[in-house]
Design a protein around this ligand. Structure first.
Ligand code: NAD
Ligand code: TDX
Length: 362
């Protein structure tokens, strides 16, 4: 049975990865359907992320909270949804440590609400799919070697990762018990345009430009695997078309960096584009109090999606990072918009006066 893929409900499509995914999907020759983006527009959701699509008749935006049962049920019936791509979540680990409530209500209860609405609307239709977008953080933290496989036991450590693990378990339970056709992807750290400036890469770029300290947690020795957001979007599109129901796919960049090395590398990339001396940026590196419970290392083994579905990363890190820096340097209107009003970085709000400035990264 072919999947319909005619009426795709994207949740959280006004955020970083969701907006990149929607743009990516509408550019695919093989896609002939429509997209309904349901987003509550929290601090992380920004209509400007998709402003260029407002005249595209294949795209509809509905402001809706995935915790609102009635609103979610209405989306399924009004738009005859046959596919869900579920991005909507509270996504910032630091925020989950100091205010976990929204992480539980949105990531766990919101996912539950969507699953129930899908079950109710779809019955036993075989041409539908619920794709759940998850994270490598559900697997916990690695030592200096090894990588997460799809079969690695869950061991989430932060309120964020525990809430995402909870949502993954719900999705699998709905598949097992109610035969809902589902797929799951667990992805590593994404970088690229439209990322809210609370995550490592945009925080560092924007602080460099403004001559502000570059806050490196602890000693900067934690390791993350970085994937270009467009490659993540393509992985999800590949799964929607070819991933059998019931399967989970790990998605990663095979591109591990210690945080401190990445920040220093970013200083070099930004300096090349602004023409400022790299030393002026390196001097801003400031070691601050570590994140509580900071996971040491994430690494993804993505051999399964490569082998079974033929997906590959299309962006190498130098070109992806260089394009990302150029995007942040050019899109001053977007930056002003997301930083207007109440905007302060999580660091500025929560670490005020607590940053332990020891040396400057040399
Ligand atoms: P983001 O914070 O940039 O965007 C989240 C979006 O969800 C926002 O537009 C927000 O308004 C919306 N949202 C939040 N609560 C909502 C609610 N109750 N109802 C409706 N909409 C709501 O996040 P992101 O970085 O784009 O991440 C998207 C998804 O990918 C998340 O599920 C995240 O766990 C997962 N993920 C992210 C990364 C990463 O590196 N950013 C890596 C792996 C997985
Ligand atoms: O200012 C900073 N200084 C710093 O040293 C920030 C914002 C982060 N860090 C460190 C913490 C992490 O080791 O950099 C690393 C990356 O931090 P984040 O950008 O906050 O990402 P991370 O915590 O790794 O989680 C991200 O990847 C997995 C996303 O936010 C999650 O949504 C995703 O699931």
């Amino acid at each position: 049975m072919e999947r319909s893929l005619e009426s795709i409900l994207v949740t959280g499509g006004s955020g970083f990865i969701g907006s990149n995914f929607i743009r990516h999907l509408l550019a695919q020759e093989g896609f002939s359907g429509r997209i309904v983006n349901a987003d509550a527009l929290t601090y992380a959701g920004n209509p400007l992320n998709l402003a260029d699509l407002q005249d595209d008749e294949r795209y509809t935006f509905i402001q809706a909270d995935i915790r609102d049962e009635e609103a979610v049920a209405r989306l399924f019936s009004e738009y005859e949804v046959d596919t869900v791509v579920h991005f909507a979540a509270e996504s910032h680990v630091d925020r989950s440590i100091f205010g976990p409530r929204d992480f539980i209500t949105t990531n766990v209860m919101g996912t539950f609400t969507l699953l129930e609405a899908a079950r109710e609307a779809w019955g036993d239709r075989p041409d539908v799919l619920f794709h759940h977008v998850s994270t490598d953080e559900v697997y916990g933290s690695l030592g200096d070697t090894g990588a997460f496989l799809e079969t690695t036991a869950y061991d989430p450590k932060s309120p964020y990762s525990a809430s995402k693990a909870g949502s993954d378990h719900l999705v699998r339970a709905w598949a097992h018990t109610f035969h809902l056709p589902v797929t799951i992807s667990n992805c590593s750290n994404n970088y690229g345009p439209y990322q809210f400036p609370e995550k490592l890469v945009p925080v560092m770029i924007l602080n460099m430009v403004e001559g502000k300290p570059l806050p490196v947690y602890g000693q900067g020795l934690n390791v993350r695997d970085w994937l270009y957001v467009g490659d993540h979007a393509q992985a999800i599109w590949t799964i929607l078309q070819h991933g059998p129901a019931g399967e989970t796919y790990n998605v990663g960049g095979e591109n591990e960096w210690r945080n401190i090395d990445l920040v220093k590398h970013l200083c070099d990339v930004v300096a090349k584009q602004t023409g400022e001396p790299e030393d002026d940026y390196l001097r801003l590196i400031t070691y601050v109090t570590d994140r509580p419970g900071h996971d040491h290392r994430y690494a993804i083994d993505c051999a399964k999606i490569k082998r079974e579905l033929g997906w590959r990363q299309a962006h190498d890190f130098p070109s992806g990072l260089s394009e990302t820096v150029a995007w942040y340097l050019a899109n001053t209107e977007w930056i002003a918009s997301v930083r207007s009003g109440e905007y302060r970085t999580w660091m500025e709000t929560n670490y005020a006066g607590r940053g332990s400035v020891n040396d400057h990264g040399r």
